[in-house]
Design a protein around this ligand. Structure first.
Ligand code: HGY
Ligand code: MN
Ligand code: MN
Length: 430
């Protein structure tokens, strides 16, 4: 199992790596194409049944039983593993890919052990989880579950003005087919996403894996600050309408208000017009990422920052919002039981401030859990992100044990709640 993990990892490592050791793997780009080709090759190598859903997510199904996967999947919802392969700008190697590589390695381990699943087992690659190119995180899983309206997605543009629709066409996908995919959803019984930990809890606890309990509420807001272009040298201060001043107030205000309200916030992306050193900015756009354990506190923080910026002439638009997401507590305790070690080092249960496709499926009413793998740096969304090979292998073993438990009995996975008929809300994004 570790051999196949290690060889897949070394095949994947160079794809989309930048000169500083980080990654630039944006959705529907040449790098993404290479990653999708890799996924397809690994599926074919294992004789798995491949499909791509209407949102562009890749699925790879393992079924050795009688009949086809379609026949098996009809009514016997499968056990799904996987994650995403895309990254943030200069992101780390592990956020996303660790979950996908571990899923294929878990199938290898289960096959090596002679395990035959009683329900279909899948590996999924959710497209555009980071939203790095078009701005909405978990776009693939939101589209799949109807939490992002296709018409909204197709109109999104990247920094070069390329629309999502144009990017799909360039990737040989038909934009008119984009949207919710009930057929793909009907195959999902439970989803277990393995992910590198994005924090330091497991290092401090001294254990390699944990199970997740919930995801903090979090969202993204676009702040537009108007100004007036003018000469940086000849314009009197009293005559200036400098858009950068309002932006600066937001950046410093976000840290102050987050501290006061026990939340976290940052403005990680900014666009300045015209962007000349000697030209007073006529317009500045900043994107706020705001989160916290207490949903009311996050809402109050954003309201306070919005009022502050609107008060100086800015306009503010919510681009995405995900309320507190609780994973399936029954599934979490079932997995902790499976993963708990004899010497009573029980598997911790951790909340997280990071969004995940697992959270989107949980919101849509699917039985979902996450397994976190220790990250000695605690750092993520950075080239410094890391997980030791032994811990990666421990993650594969934990995932294999979880799937063996879920796919070992014919009724291995719970069905969905009525929420599974999620329809688009405000513009399709929560
Ligand atoms: O933003 C997040 O929390 C995730 O990495 N998409
Ligand atoms: Mn991420
Ligand atoms: Mn991730």
């Amino acid at each position: 199992m570790s051999a196949t993990f290690d060889s897949m990892w070394s095949d994947l490592e160079p794809v989309g790596r930048t000169s500083n050791g980080g990654y630039r793997r944006f959705a529907w780009t040449a790098q993404d194409h290479a990653l999708r080709e890799w996924f397809s090759a690994e599926s074919a190598r294992r004789g798995l049944d491949q499909s791509t859903d209407r949102a562009g997510n890749q699925w790879s199904w393992w079924w050795d039983g009688p009949g086809t996967v379609d026949e098996a999947a009809a009514g016997r919802r499968g056990a799904v593993m996987g994650s995403h392969l895309d990254s943030v700008p200069d992101g780390g190697a592990f956020d996303g890919p660790l979950g996908v590589v571990s899923a294929f390695a878990a199938i290898d381990a289960l096959r090596e052990a002679g395990f035959v699943p009683s329900v279909p087992v899948a590996v999924v690659n959710f497209v555009d989880e980071e939203g790095a190119r078009f701005g909405i995180a978990c776009a693939g899983s939101r589209l799949l579950t109807g939490q992002l309206a296709p018409e909204r997605a197709l109109a999104l543009t990247d920094a070069d003005g390329t629309t999502y629709a144009e990017a799909l066409r360039a990737a040989d996908r038909d934009p008119s087919t984009l949207g919710r995919d009930q057929e793909a959803l009907d195959r999902v019984g439970a989803f277990v996403e393995l992910h590198v930990e994005q924090g330091r809890a497991l290092i401090d606890l001294g254990v390699p894996v944990a199970v997740s309990s919930d995801i903090w509420p979090h969202g993204r807001w676009r702040f537009d600050f108007p100004g007036e272009a003018n000469h940086a040298g000849t314009t009197r201060l009293v005559d200036r309408h400098d858009a950068m001043i309002g932006y600066a107030d937001l950046v410093l205000g976000a840290r102050t208000v987050a501290t006061q309200r026990g939340c976290v916030a940052t403005v990680g992306k900014v666009q300045v017009t015209p962007g000349g050193v000697n030209a007073i900015p006529s317009h500045v756009t900043g994107w706020l990422d705001a989160r916290g354990a207490d949903e009311a506190a996050v809402v109050a923080m954003v309201e306070e920052l919005t009022a502050r910026s609107v008060g100086i002439g800015a306009s503010v638009e919510r681009e995405s919002w995900t309320p507190t997401t609780h994973f399936d507590a029954h599934l979490a305790s079932r997995l902790r039981g499976v993963l708990g070690t004899e010497d009573e080092v029980s598997v911790p249960i951790l909340g997280t401030g990071a969004g995940h496709d697992a959270g989107i499926l949980a919101t849509a009413g699917y039985s979902t859990a996450m397994i976190f793998v220790r990250n000695p740096t605690g750092v993520s969304h950075s080239p410094a992100e890391f997980a030791e090979p032994d811990d990666c292998h421990a993650g594969v073993a934990a995932l294999a044990a979880s799937i063996a438990d879920l796919a070992g009995s014919a009724a291995a996975t719970s069905t969905t709640t009525s929420a599974a008929t999620t329809t688009p809300t405000d513009g399709g994004d929560r």
